[in-house]
Design a protein around this ligand. Structure first.
Ligand SMILES: NC(=O)c1ccc[n+]([C@@H]2O[C@H](COP(=O)([O-])OP(=O)(O)OC[C@H]3O[C@@H](n4cnc5c(N)ncnc54)[C@H](OP(=O)(O)O)[C@@H]3O)[C@@H](O)[C@H]2O)c1
Length: 376
């Protein structure tokens, strides 16, 4: 751990922070204020972090829109934003894992608070920041990378490992490009869907792209089979190829339909989105999702193919963020890709609005970052 370098007396009483006044359209409900109280009262297990950078995930605009308000309802005004990287500036009396001055990254969860100069959260939401990443790069990692880490290594049984054949729907999504790297790091054979415009993005990870399944050489770990989803259906293209796992980072019923054509008998389909790509939670959608999951799980037992169906949601686990740091990021096996860094010190509230709008467009080419403070 780092030496204590920051005095708690230098923490101001107010800060700049995003303020969400209600659920609704981005530009109607999201403002930026510079008189928001800094959360100074920490419970025993909480830490206060000077936030240097934050990132956005689709769940942030889904929450802002109110898509999830049946199950998650913050009180307003609310500070959104879950993924952060920064420096610990104060700790609660029972904090064991950190001390003042530590550089950390973490995910504050659905009640958020990250788009602010200071954010507090339970110490279990954080881990030490990877040494080889900048604050902006570190903020790009927690939610997306941990979701894919858990899907591949904790939820799938047996976990994805050496020799596994995995197909990833949406290789250019943040969860998708982390999954490609995690799977490659453990020696799996990986194929993915990605539009032509994003082939270049995957090449930035050091992969050689091939669109022809017959060109795949299992000895070449840097080779990546890519299906342009605008041109071809991956189910038809790879029919009968006996994949162990299909990991869906895109959503929609078609991913499940296509997956069944390529999975081996007993292969597993794991999705982090489900059939509804907008994730609008209503009583009707809960009933529809519930019945389709029951239906798919029933057929996973009683059909001849026994294809497993898993709907996966991230659970915040500090050990996972530690493992991602030490065994994947600091060993250069996994890295984040960044699309744009928005800076509210230069562009004010427009930086926030653009951050949300780009994420909501579904066209991000890497993570979208909010820069909040310079690195010391
Ligand atoms: N369950 C969980 O715990 C959990 C956790 C994290 C994320 N998620 C969900 O997972 C989804 C992905 O999140 P993310 O942050 O990884 O996404 P993202 O980075 O915002 O995804 C953007 C990328 O998706 C690509 N894309 C869009 N439609 C596609 C399609 N039909 N096939 C292949 N690629 C497509 C876009 O490229 P082109 O359109 O140019 O091809 C773009 O590059 C979201 O719905 C999110 O809410 C769930």
């Amino acid at each position: 751990m780092a030496e204590s370098t920051t005095s708690t007396s230098s923490i101001p009483s107010v800060m700049k922070a995003a303020q969400q006044s209600n659920c609704g359209e981005i530009r109607n409900v999201l403002t930026l204020r510079d008189d928001v109280p800094v959360p100074r009262k920490l419970s025993a297990k909480q830490i206060l972090v000077r936030v240097h950078a934050a990132s956005i995930n689709p769940v942030d605009w889904k929450l802002l829109n109110g898509n999830l308000s049946l199950v998650i309802h913050p009180s307003f005004p609310h500070i959104p934003g879950a993924d952060v990287a920064g420096v610990v500036v104060d700790i609660g009396s029972g904090v064991k894992r950190f001390q003042i001055g530590d550089k950390v990254y973490g995910n504050l969860g659905v009640y958020a608070g990250g788009y602010a100069e200071y954010a507090c959260g339970n110490e279990s939401m954080f881990a030490l920041k990877p040494k080889n990443l900048t604050m902006e790069e570190a903020a790009a990692v927690p939610l997306a990378c941990e979701t894919s880490y858990q899907a591949l290594f904790n939820k799938i049984s047996p976990p994805v490992g050496a020799g596994s054949k995995i197909f990833i729907c949406g290789g250019s999504t943040a969860t998708g490009f982390f999954a490609i790297q995690l799977a490659k790091a453990v020696g799996a054979q990986v194929a993915t869907t990605c539009s032509q415009r994003n082939f270049q993005l995957l090449k930035k990870l050091g992969y050689t792209i091939t669109e022809n399944k017959d060109e795949i050489n299992n000895d070449q770990q840097q080779q990546l089979l890519v299906i342009d989803y605008n041109e071809k259906d991956f189910g038809q293209e790879l029919k009968g190829q006996n994949y162990d796992v299909v990991y869906d980072c895109v959503g929609g019923e078609q991913q499940w339909i296509s997956a069944q054509q390529i999975l081996k008998q007993g292969g597993q389909f794991i999705t982090i989105v489900g059939d509804d790509t907008k994730s609008v939670v209503s009583l009707k959608s809960i009933a529809t999702i519930g019945s389709s999951i029951i239906n798919r799980k029933f057929w996973s037992v009683f059909s001849s193919t026994h294809h497993g169906y898993i709907l996966h949601f991230l659970s915040q686990t500090p050990e996972d963020l530690d493992d991602i740091r030490t065994n994947y990021i600091e060993t250069d096996k996994v890295k984040p890709l960044i699309d744009t860094v928005y800076d509210w010190r230069k562009d004010g509230v427009e930086a926030l609005h653009l951050l949300y709008e780009k994420s909501k467009s579904g066209k991000a080419q890497g993570k979208l970052i909010l820069k909040i403070a310079d690195e010391e």
